[in-house]
Design a protein around this ligand. Structure first.
Ligand code: IMP
Ligand code: MG
Length: 178
């Protein structure tokens, strides 16, 4: 285990089991349809790649880079599109794949933006959800796990761009965050 880790909240094994369940659900819900999965870089990358392998549909990928946080742990309430989609989404079934819903600002704004482009449907799939931190009304359609109000890293999630490669979802030692 990485020396900076205080505890493991969700093991990679547990996560992968849940990812399989979500993939099966998506496969059922969109049976006979095509789907565009939009991964939000960089945090969703590990979840995204585990998820898409298990979804059995006519599926395409795209990615966006959205910035809402600076380098710390607090949200600014605004988002900036750093990299937009590389194709139009009109008439498509779009699923946004995110690492975590925290305040909800990022996905609320993103959903608003993408819905102006007239997709056939638009849903949110997030590995983690921290409902106690919500500042705007926003619900995910597919959620892996609800987590308590603790800053977590690993499985794609970072603290100051580090720890994304940890195979589990972890909480770091308090001295690392200060
Ligand atoms: P929101 O706009 O507050 O919902 O923030 C969503 C973004 O904040 C996520 O995509 C993450 O990049 C980041 N974030 C929120 N909570 C955590 C956490 O506990 N660990 C790592 N990143 C987080
Ligand atoms: Mg982040």
């Amino acid at each position: 285990m990485n020396n900076d880790v205080m505890k493991v909240l969700l093991s990679g094994k547990e996560i992968e089991k849940r990812v399989g369940e979500i993939a099966a659900q998506i496969t059922r819900d969109y049976a006979g349809e095509s789907v565009l999965m939009v991964g939000i870089l960089r945090g969703a990358v590990v979840f995204f790649s585990e998820l898409v392998k298990r979804v059995d549909l006519d599926l395409r990928f795209d990615f966006m880079v959205v910035s809402s946080y600076g380098s710390g742990t607090d949200s600014s309430g605004e988002i900036r599109i750093v990299k937009d989609l590389s194709q139009p989404i009109e008439g498509m079934n779009v699923i946004i794949v995110e690492d975590i819903i925290d305040t909800g600002y990022t996905l609320k704004n993103l959903k608003k933006l993408l819905s102006t482009r007239n997709p056939k449907s638009l849903k949110i799939c997030s590995l983690l959800d921290k409902p106690s931190r919500r500042k705007v009304e926003l619900e995910g359609d597919y959620i892996g796990f609800k987590v308590p109000n603790e800053f977590v890293v690993g499985y794609g999630l970072d603290y100051n761009e580090k720890y994304r490669n940890l195979p589990d979802i972890c909480v770091l030692k308090p001295e690392i965050y200060s």
